[in-house]
Ligand binder design. Structure first.
Ligand code: EPU
Length: 438
């Protein structure tokens, strides 16, 4: 199959779709199953490539994974966990960054772990120094070799006190997945507190862990000797929800998203309202629509939770090209998340990117050479173009731009979007989009 999609845009998206469990929670909950002495059951699991990648990695390590993909249920049995071959791990890790989170659980179960060169979206340098520092502090020996990183636990990992220089989501998850079975108490200051992390804490608590979330980003974990399996329903994907909501706004449409929930979306909902979009929180989802008339420009800064998510930025920027006036967007989580705007400019958008911190406080990228602020001037009609998907969220933004533009666009590298958007082509069709593969 060709890895491209033809999008004949210019029509509003209208209708109802369903969003299932959050990609950035489900993959971590799957890894957590490694820590249990008995099987786990995870529900509301979407059919996305990241789930397939983690399934492959778990199977390589001896976990039996039974999936009812349609029902969205995974049964994970870790009773026969074993070391995997380095070459196999390399081949399965693909474009994912999840392998790094296998370290803590594998060090507990096997005394060793291996991480290949990591993939993930090209949205910045994406180092793993926090992860390795954390593992070292627990007592792991880290050995960097040409093919990847080998880790050993010469004895049981020991609880420790750690302060993160930045509230990294992955590093906080690394710490949680390691501390729950370490000996003694671990205290993390400067923790990330994203809803997906809170759901991971809920899973670990179900397994037998003792974790308290204190004020001011402090998390305290009392290590235990044994964890069991869990039974859990994943929280909904708030990034996918915001992506479809932004598509509704940019195309002047009206989309109801079943499975979307208000608490995790509050910051997005405030911004959506400020831009001029309307929403209605319903019993089983949220309806998002463009009420007609002009959209308003805004000043926006991305941040860690409870701020405006970096992953919401890219889809919303497409809608901002249709707002009246100058919008200022300051990206403070990743240093290189405006690459996707090249294609928008090619389609007629007026967007300039800057190295300065615009519109808000100075961030850690300010005095460096990163184009991490953008000024969007609108409204500008978008014209169809031939464009290439740069990364997962940027790719979905390209789709939104193509749906907004009059005429037929060719969007290439579309399979990248399968990493995190379940059945997106079916959903596009359900919303009345005119899309085809050939
Ligand atoms: N960072 C370091 N050193 C580290 C780890 C992170 O400097 O060892 C920096 C990063 O370079 C970045 C910042 O800290 O500038 C934040 O990174 P974080 O660790 O929070 O991100 P992550 O865990 O790698 C997850 C999601 C991302 C999402 C971010 C922020 C997964 C698999 N990925 O990444 O999701 O943008 O948190 O919420 O959970 C996506 O879904 O498209 C995606 C990129």
């Amino acid at each position: 199959m060709n890895d491209l999609l033809y999008v004949n845009g210019g029509n509003p998206l209208e209708g109802t779709i369903t969003v299932r469990g959050a990609k950035n929670f489900v993959s971590k909950a799957m890894v957590a199953s490694l820590l249990g002495e008995s099987p786990s059951v995870l529900r509301n699991v979407p059919q996305i490539r990241d789930v397939a990648v983690v399934t492959g990695l778990l199977e390589l390590h001896g976990v039996t994974v039974k999936a009812d993909a349609e029902a969205g249920v995974l049964k994970l049995d870790p009773s026969n966990v074993e070391s995997a071959h380095v070459a196999d791990i390399d081949a399965h890790a693909g474009s994912s960054r999840i392998p790094i989170l296998f370290c803590g659980p594998l060090l507990h179960r096997l005394g060793e772990a291996f991480i290949p060169d990591l993939g993930g979206c090209r949205i910045g340098d994406r180092p793993i120094n926090y992860h390795l520092d954390i593992l070292r502090q627990f007592g792991a020996v880290v050995d960097k070799r040409a093919n990847g990183i080998h880790l050993r636990a010469p004895r049981r990992l020991q609880g420790t006190k750690i302060a993160l220089p930045y509230p990294s989501v992955g590093a906080t998850e690394q710490l949680l997945l390691t501390a729950v079975r370490a000996e003694g108490i671990t205290e993390l200051a400067g923790a990330a507190i994203e809803p997906e992390i809170m759901d991971l804490i809920a899973v670990l608590q179900k397994m037998g862990a003792i974790i308290s979330v204190d004020t001011d980003r402090v998390i305290r974990i009392e290590g235990v000797d044994r964890l069991d399996g869990y039974s859990h329903t994943a929280l909904g994907d708030r990034i996918e929800t915001a992506s479809w909501a932004s598509a509704a706004l940019a195309t002047g449409g009206d989309v109801t998203i079943k499975g979307a929930t208000q608490p995790e979306m509050m910051t997005f909902l405030n911004t959506f309202r400020k831009v001029g979009g309307r929403f209605d929180v319903q019993e089983d989802g949220i309806r998002f629509w463009h009420p007609g008339g002009d959209l308003r420009s805004i000043v926006l800064e991305t941040d860690v939770h409870p701020g405006f998510m970096t992953d919401w930025q890219q889809p919303l920027v497409v809608a901002l090209t249709q707002a009246t006036g100058l919008s200022i967007v300051h990206e403070t989580v990743y240093e290189n998340r405006f690459g996707f705007t090249d294609a928008l400019r090619q389609m007629g958008a007026t967007i300039q990117v800057y190295k300065e911190c615009l519109g808000g406080r100075d961030c850690r990228f300010g005095q460096r050479n990163f184009h991490h602020s953008a000024v969007v001037s609108g409204p500008t009609p978008l014209a169809a173009a031939d464009i290439e998907v740069p990364d997962l969220r940027g790719g979905f933004s390209h789709l939104i731009a193509a749906l907004t533009a009059k005429g037929t666009s060719t969007v290439r590298g579309i399979s990248l979007i399968d990493r995190g958007y379940e059945a997106f082509q079916d959903k596009l069709v359900a919303l009345g989009a005119d899309v085809s593969r050939d």
